[in-house]
Design a protein around this ligand. Structure first.
Ligand code: IMP
Length: 426
């Protein structure tokens, strides 16, 4: 994706998240100087396998596993400082040195314990199936202009004054929501004392850092979290996360202008999964779903929840190409389909007897659509050692060609296993 004309590339999930962005970011980070996370928070779980070691990163950009990469947590992220430092310490324990190459935007908003209590209490009223990490309430506070930012947390005196008021407000809300839980001001003050010291040296104007890197001719990789169908504007609202997961969110969440972005890579699984509630038109049932889940190891990296599984939904990916402006696709987990005799692909929908080839805005309509399937022959062979397209069985190549035609964007990468080297560059 990087070349002389492309020095700022965004990687986004083009389905409902968990497409394997962590692996693609890890592969592309090898060519990048700076890697930026720009939205979401500890709700994400990016799994990267390096040799015989597996890393699950929630808030730190997956680029951290490359010794040369500068990693940035952008202003669009909601930072949970407690779990962020736990993750950092764990990386340190595994010998990953981050000194001098990890920065956090001082404009990023902070997830506090009361946000998590509010998230859990809200779920009792509206069952979205959130990760319970306080994401929604923190973004609500940001938009409501009562958030606490990293810059505030760095000034312990300011933070203390803010927290007294915020904790009181949160407790009133918890009562309103019928929750018996209450946030403790002491716990919040203790957290500020403990973490502001660690935050201060990392906090900076990261938008300026990224801008300067681009002006100096460096390569910047923007790492999205979740997927397009979980975008608060373009996803299956209200069954979405609370940030803009689509590529437009990258400019805002990293603090640069949209004209800086040269390319957008959309990561898609060779089939479809979703965790949490909401419509999933091509969801498989019974044995087929369990088989996809077992073969693909489809359990949430953050919550451990079993993912709902189904066939590739081309309508969703076509939509994703449109709302993200995708310039390329990376198809992951092709190997999971190796043993299927036949592989259905959802090519469009039928809605009340009419053909429908786009994702309807109304979630109730999307609940009602019936996918129109085309069945492609399986290949019945392992693809895990393929390193070039020519190494793939002809049926697997035909499957990829069909996905590309239906989606309307060129396939640039195909991943055939969890390891770094199990990738085909097209
Ligand atoms: P929240 O982001 O925790 O508020 O959860 C809102 C919805 O987004 C729920 O359906 C979650 O399961 C889903 N979600 C959030 N983060 C991820 C992710 O990283 N992968 C997949 N689904 C996610």
């Amino acid at each position: 994706m990087f070349d002389r004309k492309h020095s700022c590339v965004v990687v986004v999930g083009a389905q409902w998240g968990d497409e394997g962005k962590g692996k693609l970011v890890d592969v592309l980070a090898e060519q990048a100087d700076v890697v930026v996370r720009y939205q979401g928070g500890a709700n994400a779980g990016h799994t990267v396998v390096v040799g015989d070691r597996q890393f699950v990163l929630h808030q730190i950009p997956s680029g951290i596993l490359h010794a040369g990469a500068i990693c940035v947590v952008g202003n669009g992220v909601v930072l949970d400082p407690e779990t962020f430092f736990a993750e950092l310490d764990e990386l340190g324990g595994q010998g990953i040195d981050v000194a001098g190459r990890l920065f956090i935007s001082d404009r990023a908003h902070v997830v506090l314990p009361y946000h998590k209590l509010l998230d859990q209490a809200s779920e009792k009223h509206q069952q979205i199936g959130t990760t319970g990490r306080g994401i929604g309430p923190t973004y609500e506070d940001k938009i409501g202009r009562r958030g606490v930012r990293v810059a505030d947390l760095c000034r312990a005196e300011t933070a203390r004054a803010m927290l007294a008021e915020r904790v009181e407000r949160a407790n009133a809300l918890l009562q309103l929501l019928g929750s018996a839980q209450r946030a403790s001001l002491e716990e919040h003050l203790e957290l500020v004392e403990r973490l502001s010291v660690r935050l201060r040296p990392l906090a900076t104007d990261t938008g300026r850092l990224v801008f300067r890197a681009l002006r100096d001719g460096r390569r910047v990789l923007m790492e999205g979290a979740q997927g397009a169908l979980l975008d608060v504007d373009h996803g299956t609202y209200p069954f979405v996360t609370s940030s803009n997961t689509t590529a437009g969110g990258a400019a805002i969440g990293a603090g640069i202008g949209p004209t800086e972005i040269d390319g957008v890579l959309g990561v898609v699984k060779a089939y479809t999964t979703r965790v949490g509630n909401g419509p999933l038109p091509t969801e498989a049932k019974g044995e087929v779903e369990s088989r996809l889940r077992d073969l693909g190891g489809e359990f949430g990296a953050t919550t451990g929840r079993p993912r709902r599984c189904g066939w590739f939904d081309a309508t969703v990916v076509r939509y994703s190409v449109r709302v993200n402006g995708l310039t390329g696709l990376a198809v992951t987990k092709l190997d999971v389909l190796d043993s299927f005799d036949e592989i259905p692909v959802g090519v469009s929908y039928r809605l009340d007897g009419e053909e429908c080839d786009d994702v309807p805005s109304d979630v109730e309509l999307l609940e009602r659509v019936e996918p129109v399937y085309e069945t492609l022959p399986g290949w019945g062979k392992s693809t895990t050692s393929a390193r070039r397209l020519a190494d793939l069985p002809p049926q697997a190549r035909a499957y990829l060609d069909r996905l590309q035609d239906l989606a309307g964007a060129p396939i640039r990468y195909v991943s055939v296993g969890t390891r770094r080297d199990q990738i085909i560059e097209v």
